[in-house]
Design a protein. Sequence first.
Length: 250
Amino acid sequence: MNAQQYRLQNRTALVTGAASGIGRATALRLASEGASVVVADVADEKAAAVVAEIEAAGGTALAVHLDVTDEASWASAIETTVSRFGGLGILVNNAGIGDTVPVEQSTTEEYQRVIAITQNSVYFGLKAAAEALKASGNGAVVNVSSMFGIVGGFGGSPAYAAAKGAVRTLTKSVALGWATAGVRVNSIHPGFVDTPILGDVDRSMLAQTTPMGRIARPEELAAAIAFLVSDDASFMTGSELVVDGGYTAR
């Protein structure tokens, strides 16, 4: 193994939405670099399958049921993590959903559902994990935002854009608050990624709108997240890492 494969050794990471997509790829990547990984999701069977993958590769992982919209569920997940692994040094707030209708066709209920899962969950996670992250002495948080937390995109996902924009600025606020507390907080802004959140959307159409001519693989986002939580990014906090194939460069 090279040095990179050991850079997260003796650290514990909790990844939300880790049963699929970017979350799954991130859990696998962090484990491959030596971290003990808590695979947190509401999809218990899929989370257990990710744990099995990690363990089969020689890693250490634990599946935890986590409803990211519920503060009590967060408290339980953090307590379980600290009890099992002795602490928590890495938090990846990845869980989220989107919407696909223009604002005038949206409903308040659906708007609030997206905000709860995609935005409020990040606040709950930061709040619940704060004590453990600070106690680690070398804490790192990555909040998964989106390129549509920076630009308006196609104009048809008002709740998603609002939530991801909030995640972007919440990240900066908490990063400043924790700058001398031994915890770095950064956001990552994916472009189009081949994950279940895209649903039945035509991938080729999305590729055509991306300057690099393709959409991302989840593993490419996982690699960027692994960098941000590692000591290779030790002087980065409050930063936004855009991984979008050039979409927002225009």
